[in-house]
Design a protein around this ligand. Structure first.
Ligand SMILES: O=C(O)CCC(=O)C(=O)O
Ligand SMILES: [Fe+2]
Length: 337
């Protein structure tokens, strides 16, 4: 098993003794600021459930393309369903992975003229009839990762000198909770090695469960470093909402996935803890010692960050899925990039 320079945090300490809690918070403050990527253990998510989610996902990916395309995302104005390899883009370059995107299972909203465009994001998921077990296992996984990610966000709030509930009003209720079950084909099956190109994630925090193959990398001052698989753990990284809320005290990490070696493929489950699309990201007042270390929000003309959560979500969804953008959001070309 390869070892990693990245720290391992035990999230169960959040519910432990005051000393455990204090130790966890100190650790989060340090690692979030210095590397921003870490592993989480002690989360209580069953290994049997993880194995079931990977197994049923694999059964889906093994289906013929015509069967998978029955739930193709291009059919969904809500960005739900299956994306074939090469159809998702990062910074204009195709990602060589296939995936199903799942959000909260809700009916579409009744839309009125003049409603903000992000109201189109709410709606049902698409589930494959050929693998009926996938719906139940993925919705169970979704509940579990929401629980762990919410705990982590509380720990982040404490580490930022805030009450642990400081973000609750903007993530509770109907939030943009995105789950992806992903398969990366090996290099013998694709034209280059971009499994997923370099990017920041849009939510508060991301939890990734990876299989044993590896390929996830994070950008640091010292260059790209590997995030090798650590069995039973989640990989955590910081998203744009925490960068905005802390005026860059925390930075959303740039990361990527390089395609697996020839003859292999990789599976992962990525979960992005989001916020309500109608929310505006608050600017936290940090304690003076932390405020003195803020770096400002990174200004990247190629990736503007919006404080309006709904616009921030739409920006990244439209850019990643140009087929959905063209078909369902033709009125928003300025955001397509
Ligand atoms: O598959 C992974 O390990 C990470 C995927 C990722 O970074 C993303 O989907 O945003
Ligand atoms: Fe990511």
């Amino acid at each position: 098993m390869p070892t990693s320079a990245l720290p391992i945090l035990d999230i169960s300490q959040l519910h432990g003794s005051p000393a455990d809690r204090a130790a966890l918070i100190a650790q989060i403050r340090h690692v979030a600021r210095h590397v921003g990527f870490f592993y989480v253990t002690g989360h209580g998510v069953s290994e049997a459930l993880a194995a079931d989610v990977f197994r049923h996902s694999r059964r889906f990916f093994d289906l013929p393309p015509t069967e998978k395309l029955k739930i193709e995302m291009a059919n969904s104005p809500h960005f739900r369903g299956y994306t074939p390899p090469g159809q998702e883009y990062t910074k204009g370059q195709p990602d060589w992975r296939e995936e199903i995107d799942i959000g909260l299972e809700l009916p579409p909203l009744d839309l009125l003229p003049g409603d903000p465009p992000w109201k189109r994001l709410q709606g049902p998921n698409q589930w494959p009839e050929a693998v009926p077990e996938l719906k139940e296992t993925l919705l169970h996984w979704q509940q579990e990762v929401i629980r762990v990610a919410t705990d982590l966000l509380k720990a982040f709030a404490l580490a930022l000198g805030q009450p642990e509930t400081v973000f609750e009003s903007i993530y509770s209720g109907v939030s943009n909770q995105l789950l992806k079950t992903i398969r990366y084909p090996g290099r013998d099956q694709i034209p280059d090695d971009q499994g997923c190109g370099p990017h920041k994630d849009g939510g508060f925090v991301t939890l990734v469960r990876q299989d044993h193959i590896g390929g996830l990398q994070v950008q640091t001052d010292a260059g790209w470093i590997d995030v090798p698989p650590l069995p039973g753990s989640f990989v955590v990284n910081i998203g744009e909402l925490l960068e905005l809320a802390t005026d860059g005290f925390l930075r959303a990490n740039v990361h990527r996935v390089v395609a697996p070696p020839a003859g292999q493929d990789r599976q992962s489950l990525a979960f992005f803890l989001g916020a309500r699309p109608d929310a505006v990201v608050p600017q936290l007042t940090l304690p003076p010692d932390l405020a003195a270390q803020t770096r400002g929000v990174e200004r990247d003309p190629a990736n503007p960050l919006f404080r309006d959560v709904g616009m921030n979500i739409l920006k990244s969804r439209l850019r990643s899925h140009p087929d959905v953008a063209r078909r369902h959001y033709g009125d928003l070309v300025a955001l397509h990039a």
